[in-house]
Design a binder for this molecule. Structure first.
Ligand SMILES: Cc1cc2nc3c(=O)[nH]c(=O)nc-3n(C[C@H](O)[C@H](O)[C@H](O)COP(=O)(O)OP(=O)(O)OC[C@H]3O[C@@H](n4cnc5c(N)ncnc54)[C@H](O)[C@@H]3O)c2cc1C
Length: 414
């Protein structure tokens, strides 16, 4: 049986870049994926166009147990490296708001082009094959069965693949319609790695049936979203103001997807519906004095939302008639609207899953401390980006880091 230098499980962005770059560094590579084409989840990214990276990218844009490691990886692989890759693949791109870089062709183009380059570098593809039945090299401390195995091996379809090194790039269980699973993360846990349980993030929030803003589905506007946890307000989103969309079951849109990264059961969502126009100032403007309160609000937000937000006893009063307390009540209703979601739409609709293999059990080159020769990259690691191209960026950055480690290159400096 042929012994590969490296076998990579998962042909998402992390596995593809890792495979291409390892092969370019002279290694023989097997790349395995359950799907019969590479990059299935990637092809859904950014509404089909792919938000591949971001002009501003730091460890603060990630949830992880090891921000210092993430910082090192990102410094060695900044936004410009992804842009160079897109140029090399002839994939035109544009910059949108918040520094987001989107492709100008279907997102699947990135996976297709990387797969062609892998092919050019003689990577052997095992597509439509779920890797299972793994065995570890005999040299792995406490794991190798006594015997002759000198390599990792596993079944891929009808064949048995053997390799000196193994890279797990199996992604997360988010968005199962893309065939996602946590099977490789469970495998890593069974080999003694610390795993943070997965939870859905970048996901719409569901509201209880009786919440006061029901029936507004389809309305979208810019808000500032925060959370109230254990009686304390937090505004975790570094970007501040983003859009919110009312859905049939609750709220979605970028502001909510980002807030969902920190939301836990019991937390309240705190929304500022006029983040750039203080209501107290609007009330003070002379020309507004004769307006009814609801009419003032509906100048600056959709009328149905204004009606739902405005305390009933104030709606039909003139602005000039409001005393100090009522003004503050109105300002709180608009700027500090609080509601307690009943849950999220779950992994089924999540763009990512926080959790995964903790970096604390890995070297700075993302090699296992438990099983030498075993590496991890991409979303199956406990590194989850916020909205804005951060997850694909991480997949590519960690894939490149692992390929350089496989070739014996030194870890990037801190
Ligand atoms: C709808 C949607 C939109 C998104 N949009 C964006 C965006 O615009 N920007 C952004 O940064 N991120 C986005 N993401 C997240 C991003 O797509 C992922 O973070 C990224 O694809 C992760 O790359 P990966 O290589 O780690 O894993 P994946 O792309 O998930 O690839 C892992 C691969 O491993 C394979 N696999 C797993 N187990 C096995 C096994 N046992 N045997 C064989 N194969 C196996 C799977 O089939 C899969 O193809 C989006 C996600 C979704 C769901």
């Amino acid at each position: 049986m042929f012994l590969y230098d490296v076998a990579i499980i998962g042909a998402g962005p992390s596995g593809l870049l890792c495979a291409r770059n390892a092969a370019r560094r002279g290694l023989s590579v097997a790349l395995v994926d359950s799907h019969d084409r590479p990059g299935v989840k990637l092809s859904l990214a950014g509404g089909g166009r792919g938000n591949f990276t971001n002009r501003t990218i730091t460890e603060a844009h990630y949830l992880t147990d090891a921000p210092d490691v993430v910082r090192t990886v990102l410094r060695a692989f900044p936004c410009e490296r992804v842009l160079d890759l897109l140029r090399e693949l002839c994939l035109p791109f544009e910059e949108r708001d918040f520094g987001q870089i989107f492709g100008l062709r279907p997102a699947a183009f990135l996976a297709d082009r990387l797969a062609v380059q892998c092919d050019d570098e003689r990577v052997d593809f095992y597509l439509g094959c779920t890797a299972r039945g793994f065995s570890l090299p005999a040299s792995s401390p406490s794991f190798g069965r006594s015997g002759e195995e000198a390599a990792f091996s596993f079944a891929a379809g009808e064949e048995r693949v053997s390799a000196r090194r193994l890279v797990l790039a199996g992604g997360s269980p988010a968005f199962p319609a893309a065939g996602s699973s946590d099977s490789l993360t469970r495998l890593a846990a069974s080999w003694g790695h610390d795993v943070e349980p997965f939870r859905p993030v970048l996901v719409p929030l569901v509201m209880p049936g009786d919440w006061p803003l029901s029936g507004l589905e389809g309305i979208s506007l810019n808000v500032r979203a925060g959370l109230r946890k254990n009686g304390q307000d937090i505004r975790p989103d570094p970007a501040g103001i983003r859009s919110l969309l009312f859905t049939h079951r609750g709220v979605s849109g970028p502001a909510v997807l980002v807030a969902s990264c920190w939301w836990q059961s019991g937390d309240e969502l705190v929304l500022d519906f006029l983040p750039e126009l203080p209501v107290l100032e609007l009330l003070n403007e002379k020309e507004h004095g004769r307006l009814l309160v609801r009419n003032l609000l509906s100048r600056y937000m959709p009328a149905r939302l204004a009606d739902a937000l405005c305390p009933e006893d104030l709606a039909r009063r003139k602005c000039a008639e409001l005393g100090k307390k009522d003004r503050q009540r109105l300002a709180d209703a608009v700027h500090r609207f609080r509601c307690r979601p009943s849950g999220t739409e779950g992994l089924k609709k999540a763009e990512a899953a926080a959790g995964g293999v903790r970096l604390s059990g890995l070297t700075r080159r993302l090699e296992s401390r438990k099983v030498p020769g075993l590496y991890f990259c991409g979303e199956m690691l406990n590194v989850t980006g916020l909205l804005g191209g951060y997850n694909i960026h991480w997949a590519l950055a960690s894939g490149e880091l692992v390929s350089s480690a496989l070739a014996g290159e030194r870890a990037p400096r801190r």
